[in-house]
Design a protein around this ligand. Structure first.
Ligand SMILES: [Zn+2]
Ligand SMILES: [Zn+2]
Length: 372
């Protein structure tokens, strides 16, 4: 760490280099000092490591920004900010595949016995609107690959053992040479496992894994929203060679409600009232998620007016507070009236002085001003 070279210097680029320039510089240098071109050359190997470390940082906008700010002493990263000696070659497969036409990738350079984390699994769980609002406990079945119990994951028939692959000597990889360049390929005899199974386990067919149905039970907190994910640690597929299990990601899908809409923790409802209720005012029963509440609509209520009923919304996640219920009033005008009803309305109209309809009055006042 003491005399580490500046990452920009390692790549031979300017501090203002674009992502594209960094990529280009990296590719060029990586070709020059790739260890496969310099077998046994310790210096080339060191340069290659240095180069990859520099690229790992400078090709990642976040890491690059931190490096620009803190150099090798990023306070948020402990003593060894950017990997340093512990640099990991994994994840570089694609780059080298594009260089060398699929040489198997540096990622597979790791030995076939290294611990590998199990795959994460995803599950979409549908719940009702009320279950999301109130919280619930749900059980569901899902499938995952597990180590075969019959052969304990070895893939070999009980009583037999997998043998070391003779083609790759258990390395999982073979090195071939096409004259000027040597390449590493995944061993085709053992598919990279380094082992050959002569007597296959009858239960898993030699794969060491079987598909099992499992039941998960999860607690869904009140107030969860559509699209949120609950992570069940360690419930994914088992790791290999002692690696950790993957996780199970349960994404919540909330079914829509027939009456209510939800925005954050507030609930919305469109509530129809008659035009006489709007004009005279009325006490109405407004539905909530739990029964109904009485609400007094004031006289002279206009169409689309929103009333807020506090605390009748959805419980706010991990608190005891609740959102509000917003009631949007829809004033309904009758479409069919009898002759008698029409006559009553005409009589009503005759009593008007012109000041009862504020909006109408303002409109005609403005109209007059505009054209005089
Ligand atoms: Zn092999
Ligand atoms: Zn088995």
């Amino acid at each position: 760490m003491a005399n580490k070279r500046d990452y920009y210097e390692v790549l031979g680029v300017d501090k203002k280099a674009t992502e594209e320039e960094i990529k280009k510089a990296y590719r060029k240098k990586a070709k020059e000092c790739h260890p496969d071109l310099h077998p046994g050359d310790k210096q080339a190997e060191e340069r290659f490591k240095e180069l990859n470390e520099a690229n790992e940082v400078l090709s990642d906008p976040d890491k690059r920004a931190r490096y620009d700010q803190f150099g090798f002493n990023d306070p948020t990263q402990g003593g060894n900010p950017f990997g340093g000696a512990g640099f990991d070659f994994s994840g570089m497969g694609d780059i080298f595949d594009t260089f060398f036409g699929g040489m198997g990738g540096m990622g597979s350079r790791r030995t076939s016995n290294a611990p590998v984390a199990g795959n994460d699994l995803r599950y979409e769980l549908k719940i009702t609107f009320e279950e999301a609002a109130d919280g619930c406990e749900k059980s569901f079945d899902f499938y995952r690959l597990e180590n075969c119990e019959t052969c304990h994951g070895s893939g070999a028939k009980p009583g037999s053992q997998p043998s070391t692959c003779p083609t790759c000597n258990g390395q999982g990889q073979v090195r071939t040479s096409n004259g000027f360049m040597s390449m590493v390929r995944t061993c085709s005899n053992c598919n990279g496992t380094g082992k050959i199974i002569k007597d296959k386990c009858p239960d898993c067919g030699g794969s060491g894994r079987v598909r099992k149905k499992r039941t998960a039970t999860i607690k869904i907190p009140a107030g969860i929203a559509h699209g949120q994910t609950i992570i069940q640690n360690g419930q994914g597929e088992p790791g290999r060679n002692g690696g950790p299990n993957g996780d199970l990601y349960v994404t919540i899908s909330v079914r829509p409600h027939k009456l209510f809409k939800r925005d954050g923790y507030n609930l919305f409802i469109d509530f129809p009232i008659s035009f006489t209720q709007a004009a005279l005012g009325a006490e109405v029963d407004v539905p909530t998620l739990h029964g109904s509440v009485k609400y007094r609509i004031p006289e002279g209520t206009q169409n689309d007016t929103e009333f807020r009923i506090r605390g009748q919304g959805v419980q706010i996640l991990r608190t005891s507070g609740k959102g509000d219920l917003i009631v949007r009033v829809h004033v309904e005008i009758p479409k069919k009236l009898t002759e008698k009803q029409k006559e009553l309305l005409r009589q009503f109209d005759d009593t008007l002085t012109g000041h009862e309809y504020e909006g109408k009055k303002n409109f005609f006042d403005k109209l007059k001003e505009a054209f005089n």
